[in-house]
Design a protein around this ligand. Structure first.
Ligand SMILES: [Zn+2]
Ligand SMILES: [Zn+2]
Length: 393
């Protein structure tokens, strides 16, 4: 099959917004989309518009009582009786407060991820990218960590039975992909892999190497917890060494990857200290694995990422450029130290709105970055972690 990629848009994703102070800001999608367009990497013929997920699709993962609570809390002024539900279902916290239109926006995001999975499994395209997806912390019966419905789990569930597919889920967000892991913890046909900052220091406090699944699902789960202040080289070693072994051992029919880009040094919510280099290399590694192990079938989703000006647009553009074999991705990979400028048109459009100076290049100027103290110690600790995590594969 021709190596094709489609870009999935769910217009409702732009309304997934808790409040003006909340770090999760859908403006990220517009900034990244605009960067791809001005770079000449995204044209209208590559885009598919998604419908919202139906209740029956969400119910494959989410409990009916939870969905009912979400619906009741999605109106402008919820009934006082409904407010009690908010606390019970994790929707009153500072992280994940209920908001007007919450059900519709979250269902739209799940619809985009379902369409991405269906596009690939039906053979309409080999790869699909839904940048608005990746809400990996939502659980069947409660919201958590900015996530109301777990679109990644919903999309996996949608195609798993229909196509009798074995699915490898790869979560590269700096936070452990707990919601997706636990949704398929007993399932031998969905392998959940997550590389993240160790739960010792970071939300959600899980994702240790001993979490490997239960019952029939034992062995279909792998966690790589990394030390705070991990840098590019150690991150890339841990990722490529472990995911290569996982893919070889599991032999998936489909890869679904989550591309939270909050492991970047600029991200305000974590302590991992990577540069744009991992966001260049990592989707290229996944792309290669997809062609090597599952006939190219690959779905990529967005995720976290809270430096919406300096990190997210570049990182998420690089996922699409790897997926669509855009020349910028291969050029950067071939010569990472020769400066490649961002499109002038993008900078001049967004700089006036950005609170900080925008980066001028695709990759970060590592020659002026201070190396982290304890670099070697961190590298050895991370190596011990990934070796332990994959020792049975
Ligand atoms: Zn390809
Ligand atoms: Zn995250």
């Amino acid at each position: 099959m021709k190596d094709t990629a489609l870009f999935i848009r769910s217009s409702g994703a732009s309304r997934y917004k808790f409040n003006d102070e909340h770090p999760f800001n859908p403006l990220r999608l517009e900034l990244a989309g605009s960067l791809l367009e001005t770079a000449g990497a995204l044209s209208p013929d590559m885009v598919l518009e998604a419908h919202s997920a139906q209740d029956i699709e969400l119910e494959r993962i989410h409990r009916a009582d939870y969905m009912d609570a979400v619906l009741k809390l999605s109106v402008r002024a919820p009934h006082p009786d409904s407010l009690a539900l908010a606390a019970r279902y994790g929707l009153t916290t500072e992280d994940t407060p209920y908001f007007e239109g919450m059900h519709e926006a979250a269902a739209a995001i799940s619809g985009g991820s379902i369409l991405a999975a269906e596009t690939v499994m039906s053979g309409r395209a080999l790869h699909a990218y839904h940048m608005g997806g990746g809400l990996h912390h939502a659980f069947p019966g409660h919201g958590s960590g900015f996530c109301v419905y777990n679109d990644a789990a919903v999309a996996i569930a949608a195609v798993k039975d229909k196509y009798k597919a074995r699915i490898l889920y790869i979560d590269t967000d700096v936070h452990h992909g707990d919601g997706v892991q636990y949704a398929f913890y007993e399932d031998p046909d969905v392998f959940t892999y997550s590389i993240h900052e160790t739960g010792k220091y970071l939300f959600p406090g899980t994702g240790f190497t001993h979490e490997k699944g239960i019952d029939k699902g034992y062995g279909a789960c792998c966690n790589i917890p990394l030390q705070p202040y991990t840098e590019d080289e150690s991150w890339l070693e841990a990722f490529s060494e472990s995911i290569t072994r996982v893919a070889r051992a599991f032999k998936p029919d489909l890869i679904v990857s989550q591309h939270g880009c909050d492991a970047h040094a600029f991200d305000p919510l974590s302590h991992i200290h990577c540069s744009m280099r991992i966001y260049l290399e990592m989707p290229r590694i996944i792309h290669e694995l997809a062609h090597e192990h599952c006939g190219g079938r690959w779905v990529a989703l967005g995720g976290g990422g809270y430096d919406l000006w300096k990190v997210v647009p570049r990182a998420w553009s690089l996922v699409w450029m790897a997926m669509s074999d855009h020349e910028i991705s291969s050029r950067l990979a071939a010569a990472p130290s020769s400066p490649a400028p961002l499109p002038e048109q993008w900078l001049s459009r967004w700089q006036p709105l950005s609170p900080e100076p925008l980066p001028e290049h695709w990759l970060d100027p590592l020659d002026i970055w201070e190396p982290m103290p304890r670099r070697e110690e961190i590298r050895l600790q991370n190596r011990a972690a990934w070796e332990l995590a994959v020792q049975d594969l």
